[in-house]
Design a protein around this ligand. Structure first.
Ligand code: CA
Length: 235
């Protein structure tokens, strides 16, 4: 792939569902990506020809020219831009075909934005000289493994649920920053999930318990109106 042109890799998102496309854009930009949108295959190919992206997020179910056709067209032109395909649950055959035609990875809808960001980073890491993202973080007494989704305190595996892990991952990715409950929902839940903000509080509560958060040893701070903040430094 071409070297990233700027410190912020450019991602082309090809998705005909406008709401989902906008949601993806809203979540990628704060993570340091610049985002171009295309609502269909023809537009995507035209945009990519004039403004080559570092990675393409490609929905397979597009009007007229389908995602697989877009992928084939790119590869026929010997364009090796990394492609992450988005498929619906039913489309397992498409997925296999997509990988056959040279997609780099796939995500099944509905997915969590955090997962999308993680996959994009992983592909860019594999395919280019992009920054090396750390896979194991340390914060206070905790060792956070982003590949195995585990958190250890010493030798003790804290046995987080996937949701608790995602919440922790979001908060530790920006320690000290306040994350609103809605931000946490946007990043840690599947994009079509509509959990109540009370549900977020409940998961934070169980996460706190497992971490051993207490008044004497605070780990996650609650700001009544604003949300939650991870208090420990992360390295
Ligand atoms: Ca679609």
């Amino acid at each position: 792939m071409a070297l990233p042109k700027s410190p912020s890799p450019q991602i082309l998102v090809v998705e005909d569902e406008g709401e989902l496309a906008a949601l993806i854009q809203t979540n990628l930009e704060p993570e340091g990506f610049s985002v171009l949108l295309a609502p269909d295959g023809e537009t995507a190919l035209a945009v990519h020809q004039h403004h080559p992206s570092d990675l393409i997020v490609l929905d397979l179910g597009l009007p007229r020219m389908g995602g697989l056709e877009v992928l084939r067209a790119l590869r026929r032109k010997q364009d090796k831009v990394p492609v992450l395909i988005l498929t619906s649950r039913a489309g397992s055959e498409d997925r296999v075909q997509g990988l056959h035609y040279g997609a780099d990875d796939y995500l099944t809808k509905p997915f969590a934005m955090l997962e999308l960001v993680a996959r994009i980073r992983a592909i860019l890491r594999r395919s280019g000289p992009a920054e090396v993202t750390k896979r194991i973080l340390e914060s206070g007494p905790f060792r956070i493994n982003l590949v195995q989704f585990t958190v250890h305190r010493g030798r003790l595996d804290l046995n987080l649920s996937m949701k608790e892990f995602r919440l922790l991952e979001v908060m530790t990715s920006h320690p000290g920053r306040v994350h609103s409950r809605q931000d946490l929902v946007n990043l840690a839940w599947e994009h079509d999930a509509r959990p109540t903000l009370r549900t977020v509080d409940k998961h934070i509560q169980t996460l706190r318990k497992k971490l051993g958060d207490s008044d004497e040893h605070p780990i996650i701070q609650t700001l009544e109106r604003e949300g939650y903040r991870w208090l420990l430094p992360v390295r």
